[in-house]
Design a protein around this ligand. Structure first.
Ligand code: ADP
Length: 437
């Protein structure tokens, strides 16, 4: 699928889902309004019938439109005379039942002599027993001084009642949310796959390019060696065979990197742990690596402050991790390389630190450098060789050892990579001692 088609399909998909969500919101809103209107009307009718019944009971004149809704959850019903609590409660419960309104209400009867809500109770849906309300709750039913005789009704559970009535819409909204969730997940998977396929395409390009360089050098050297005059010049002959050997070594190391990555993907780290004397490991690596740095006119300093510490780790992989970090420190130091390599005990952890004063890594790239195949675009521009697999290997091996890796870097200033490995519990960490190689 071309990029354009994929983008069009994704945009259409997103628009469809957004449309579906908008329609759902619209219908839920509409249905909620209708439910609210229905409740208000039923309440008004029920209360009007209560006013009529009370008027008939006391034998005074029935008035039309005595019900006024003064707030969404508060109704006021004016009367021609006083009303007793038990009479009002009886008719209220009757009216609610008749109008199929199964919701809790609070009522209060206004006393025009004392000019405040006096009597009142809490009527629970489905119960014929009123619960008396203390003064504080009565205060919730406001005075409505416009009338002389009236009672007020508050619906404290109005929202809960409406939510109950909206149950089918709640279920359909949950369904829509699930669809949106699945769609977003699918979208994420598609984009991840697309990114991976692009990264793999880049990797194949880089790999072909990297393999082509030594192959070209080897074939050119072979051509020169075939010439009869070269055979008569032993020094030249040996230079070219040396070049071929060097390029073959380079090819082998590149093939090994790719194979190592494939092995890691297929079988995991497959560690073969052994006891490693950290001090020896630090010295050996520094000694092996120093000539490479010095060949570029640079310096490698080494500091081991973990004298006598022994850890259980895979020696080949642990050396691989450190060599990868040192290789990167050298590769990404464009000027004279200045590299510091240190091993320290920090609390219950062993810290292996590689610091360079090279080109540094921008903050946004620091999050991605441990992804496989990730190469900072800058690296390719500056013609620095690599497959973008080194730090991913480091990350996987460190994780397999239950450790962590931290990067601290500033563009133009340099980078510090620190690998933290847990120290064995049984052996207490010795007091740090200084040893330099
Ligand atoms: P590679 O070096 O083969 O490109 P890595 O996985 O080792 O792959 O590194 C990924 C990216 O991280 C590199 O492309 C580079 O941009 C960046 N990087 C790694 N180490 C350093 C370093 N010491 N200094 C600057 N950039 C680095």
């Amino acid at each position: 699928m071309t990029n354009r088609t994929l983008r069009t399909v994704l945009v259409l998909g997103v628009l469809c889902v957004l449309g579906m969500v908008a329609v759902q919101i619209y219908w839920v809103r509409l249905s909620l309004d209708a439910q609210e209107r229905k409740l208000d009307q039923s309440m008004a009718l029920a209360l009007q019938s209560v006013a009529d019944d009370v008027a008939m009971y006391y034998g005074y004149k029935v008035q039309p439109n005595t019900v006024e809704q003064v707030a969404s959850d508060f109704f006021v019903v004016s009367l021609n005379n006083v009303v007793e609590e038990r009479v009002l409660e009886h008719y209220l419960l009757e009216a609610l039942k008749q109008h199929h309104l199964s919701l809790d209400i609070q009522y209060g009867i206004y006393d025009c002599y004392e000019e405040k809500m006096k009597a009142g109770a809490f009527l629970k849906a489905g119960s014929s027993e009123p619960t008396p309300m203390p003064g504080t709750e009565m205060a919730g039913i406001e005075d409505w001084k416009r009338y002389v005789y009236y009672f007020g009704v508050r619906l404290p559970a109005r929202s809960a009642y409406l939510t109950g009535e909206m149950a089918p819409w709640v279920y359909s909204s949950i369904l829509v949310l699930l669809v949106v969730g699945f769609f977003s997940y699918t979208l994420w998977v598609i984009l991840q796959q697309k990114r991976l396929s692009e990264v793999q395409k880049d990797f194949i390009n880089t790999m072909t390019h990297e393999f082509m360089t030594p192959i070209t050098s080897i074939s050119l050297a072979a051509e020169v060696l075939e010439r009869p005059d070269t055979l008569l010049q032993p020094e030249r002959h040996s230079n070219y065979t040396g070049l071929i050997r060097q390029e073959i070594k380079r090819l082998r190391s590149q093939v090994e990197t790719v194979l190592q990555h494939a092995r890691l993907q297929r079988h995991g780290a497959n560690l073969q742990p052994a006891a490693i004397v950290v001090d020896d490991l630090g010295r050996d690596i520094a000694q092996h690596f120093r000539p490479k740095v010095e060949a570029r006119g640079g310096t490698l300093t080494c500091e081991v402050k973990a004298l006598g510490v022994v850890i259980h780790a895979d020696p080949t992989h642990l050396s691989g991790v450190i060599y990868n970090l040192l290789d990167n420190a050298l590769k990404y130091s464009l000027d004279t390389p200045q590299i510091h390599f240190g091993i320290y005990t920090e609390g219950r952890r062993l810290a292996i630190r590689v610091t360079d004063k090279g080109m540094g890594i921008p903050k946004n790239a620091q999050k991605r450098i441990f992804e496989r195949f990730y190469r900072q675009p800058d690296s390719s521009l500056k013609n620095i060789k690599g497959f973008g697999l080194g730090l991913n290997y480091v990350f996987q091996i460190v994780r397999a050892h239950k450790g962590t890796i931290v990067v601290d870097s500033e563009v133009g200033q340099g980078s510090t990579f620190t690998v933290y490995l847990p120290l064995p519990k049984a052996a207490p960490a010795p007091a740090p001692q200084l040893a330099t190689a």
